[in-house]
Design a protein around this ligand. Structure first.
Ligand code: TXA
Ligand code: MG
Length: 316
């Protein structure tokens, strides 16, 4: 078990010494290390068991800090950062050499975001380096939305977890890059497509490549529980799997007499996003053979929820 608490000074000292710390953000918890220290970055890959082709994003306290790490800031990127930072948005920008190649997995770009969580922002402001922080889960598993989730999987490998309570958004940041053809969303996430398009106009979506994933959050099997999970029409699925012990994760309603978690009885997509990963973890810990779940309305945060459900099911 790792010690958990709200001691920013302790987190700072550990990070300055090259150690890793679990940090809260509004999206999910991160496994943080000094992004400018290649040894600390290497430790992140090791602790997460993450393949080195999967680049990390870095976290900064505000937009002014970005300039040190990138060669150019496209106009649309600046507009987005001004409107939505701190918040669940990662900008993929051309990187300067100061960012170790290990962080960017050899790409000439780096993902950067300013998280919206008071503890982590205070920590970032106290540090003189950015934090590389992937979600604090073993590679491919469900992202953590509480300090307890982090502790349960990585607790014996990290020194400290900054405990900032449950994550407010509950789903990872939206990742956007700026290619010659225009802005491209590589991962749907906590900032909606609608909010982005209202500000900067049309963007393309490139979320499902597997052969050469720009963003391995795009790998088909990702965010996955250990138990098999099927997404579909729950009533039909129940009939097809009568002989198995099923657990159900539904959006709004109750289905029969099975272990079940309802993501949002009121039908709120924001609430469903906030509860999604905890629900998957909880169901994964129950004595069931199979998890049945259903898509939510494909609008706003619903798009990111549906993306995660499909990847959790390995059935894209
Ligand atoms: O909300 C979040 O983004 C959380 C919190 C902790 O900030 N972090 C997070 O990190 O989800 P991670 O590593 O689990 O997911 C980051 C995704 C990965 O799928 C990675 O492939 C992609 O960002 N990524 C990182 N750098 C990239 C780049 N230069 N170009 C394209 N995708 C990139
Ligand atoms: Mg992740």
């Amino acid at each position: 078990m790792a010690e958990a608490g709200t001691d920013i000074l302790k987190a700072r000292m550990l990070l300055e010494s090259g150690a890793l710390v679990g940090i809260p953000t509004e999206t999910v918890y991160g496994l943080a290390g000094n992004a400018l220290n290649a040894d600390a970055v290497a430790k992140i890959f090791e602790v997460k068991n993450r393949p080195q082709f999967d680049p990390l994003i870095i976290h900064v306290p505000n937009l002014q800090h970005v300039e040190q790490y990138v060669t150019t800031l496209p106009e649309k990127a600046r507009l987005l950062a001004e409107a939505f930072w701190p918040g669940p948005l990662t900008l993929v920008l051309k990187k300067k050499a100061v960012i170790p190649d290990l962080v960017s997995a050899g790409l000439d770009t780096v993902g950067i975001r300013c998280p919206d969580h008071a503890l982590t922002r205070a920590l970032l402001e106290a540090l003189n380096f950015p934090l590389a922080a992937p979600s604090a889960n073993p590679f491919g598993y469900i992202s953590p939305t509480s300090a307890k989730h982090v502790d349960s999987q990585l607790g014996d490998k990290i020194a400290y977890i900054l405990d900032g309570g449950e994550c407010r958004v509950g789903i990872e940041s939206t990742i956007i890059g700026f290619e010659d053809s225009g802005p491209v969303i590589y991962r749907l996430g906590g900032l909606t497509l609608e909010s982005i398009e209202t500000l900067i106009g049309g963007v393309s979506l490139q979320p499902y490549s597997t052969s050469n994933p720009k963003s391995p959050g795009q790998l088909i099997s990702h965010y996955a529980p250990a138990r098999p999970l099927i997404v579909g029409d729950i009533e039909k699925l129940l009939l097809q799997h009568e002989t198995q012990r099923v657990g159900i994760i539904s959006f709004q309603r109750t289905y029969g007499d099975h272990p079940q978690i309802i993501l949002s009885p009121a039908g709120s997509l924001n609430e469903a996003a906030k509860n999604l990963f905890a629900a998957l973890r909880k169901m994964d810990g129950m004595n069931v053979d199979l998890i049945l779940t259903e898509l939510v309305p494909d609008t706003g945060l619903g798009r990111a929820i549906n993306d995660r459900l499909k990847r959790a099911s390995k059935e894209l």
